[in-house]
Ligand binder design. Structure first.
Ligand SMILES: [Zn+2]
Ligand SMILES: [Zn+2]
Length: 102
């Protein structure tokens, strides 16, 4: 189950569970769409993978208690801003490879 982390790891912007701006990699490293596009170049600084929009967990109990009321969003903030210069070096050999081929 996704943790639904509360903020962008780079800029610490709030990303509530219904945010349409939240992006995650396969390890659930979580960033806002602006940072993914403008700072990260769609390369996760922790694993090198690409990002996808984070699914929104239903707020209502549509079926079987699978909803935010039973499985609330995470509260543990991970704020680890990326150093632009070292990220640029890291990204250089990776960004030309499409995320599904990395
Ligand atoms: Zn951000
Ligand atoms: Zn990652």
């Amino acid at each position: 189950m996704l943790e639904l982390r509360p903020t962008c790891e780079h800029c610490n912007k709030a990303l509530p569970p219904d945010s349409t701006e939240a992006r995650i990699c396969s390890y659930e490293c979580t960033f806002c769409a602006t940072c993914v596009d403008e700072v990260l170049g769609n390369v996760c600084p922790n694993c090198g993978g690409g990002f996808e929009p984070r699914p929104v967990r239903p707020a209502r109990n549509w079926k079987g208690d699978n909803y935010l009321g039973k499985d609330p969003a995470g509260v543990k903030v991970r704020h680890k801003p990326v150093d632009p210069a070292s990220h640029a070096q890291f990204v250089d050999p990776i960004r030309k490879i499409p995320p599904h081929k990395r």
